[in-house]
Design a protein around this ligand. Sequence first.
Ligand code: NAP
Ligand code: HSE
Length: 429
Amino acid sequence: MKRVEIGLLGFGTVGQGVFELLERQREILIKRTGLDLRVKRILVRDLNKKRPLPKELFTTNFEEILNDPEISVICELIGGLEPARTYLLRAIESGKQVVTANKAVLAEAGEEIFRLAKEKGVYLGFEASVGGGIPVIKTLKEALVGNRIESILGIINGTTNYILTRMLESNLSFERALEEAKERGYAEADPSLDLKGFDSAHKLAILASLAFGSYVSSEKIYVEGIDEIDLMDLKFSRDFGYIVKLVASARRTKRGIELMVFPALIPENHILTSVRLNYNAVYIKGDFVGDILLYGLGAGKEPTASAVVSDLVSAGEYLIHKRAPLLSYPQSTSHQLKILPISESLFRYYFRFTAVDRPGVLSKISGILGKYDISIASVVQIGRQIRKGAVPIVMLTHETQEKKVVDALNEIDKLDVVRAKTKRLRILT
Ligand code: NAP
Ligand code: HSE
């Protein structure tokens, strides 16, 4: 049996989950792996917070953990870019194995972190950075190593999926649903990262880097969140037979790679619509394996701890066997991916116009759509006033190009009969 001393950075939702799992499952882990994983010290920001563990375990001084020769694995569960980036780099520099659940730091500084890890020959685990408890990273790195990955489509943010589910199924306001997600520990310290789609983009950057073999920066991803979603649109979409979900999509096409995060109308009979609350799901298409679907809890203390501990075990095994980590994160941008602008993508669309209830309005709107070659699939005027003298007109289109939609809606929103900015959502087919 080998004892492995761990330095934990952060003791919030995930840090506490990791500590509890290691305590509760110690015997199982020893039996299965021969490793006795022990948390020796824990870095926090505030020593005065009430904690369920002896005070001596905690410190606010990173150097005490870094310079402790008995600590061989550092597990970063602080979140955010700094000081997480610096702590990870310094841990790697000093030859310690590292594990992180921090997708923001990997999406923004992954290139330098992975380059240094390779140079120093240390293990770097990041299973919990995407999909909470779902083993999507090890699936891409190990189980699908023989495949060329064609596409990835997923719901990879628990907070937004929880909010959309609670709003539609329980008529909750956006604000109340967000409060619940925060109370349950799903949201990031800065929840706007979840709501504006950036957390999904960070995760998609990590998945795309592994899938396409070249470092993808999250800045290259088209991102739209759910912060402007209205309950009315969730309900109208359902009336048309669709459920709205925040999706992340990466796809090889003949012209280049499409990378995007956006709220999408998904047909009710699509399996992704049964992914509710803080569950996540990721479809991966490989050229040999075909389609696979991974599903599970994408956020929260226990599922995330499960993923972190799988990396702690891998780090422990690496310490013993020094087996080179399989297919590490791509270190270079040398083989540049051509990333397509969203303006060239093709979608079907949902539009909600807010227009005065008067003869001829629909023909003005459809005239402009016709001018841009946008074909209408169905349209309803819902007789509920949403503004003084204005009613919603909901329309679904056939497939068309994004840039035509942008130009057409710019023109439509300038009509004197249109009283608010038109809501536009893409439909997943
Ligand atoms: P959290 O609850 O906000 O906890 C953060 C912890 O880090 C706290 O213990 C805090 O100390 C400590 N900390 C913050 N800034 C620090 C600093 N400058 N120096 C030292 N310690 C500092 O966060 P979390 O939800 O556990 O998330 C941790 C990481 O896991 C993030 O990268 C997150 O994206 C990722 N993740 C979270 C989930 C989830 O469901 N929550 C799922 C997957 C991945 P104090 O206790 O003193 O405040
Ligand atoms: N804030 C993230 C989410 C945590 O809601 O999915 C899991 O990465």
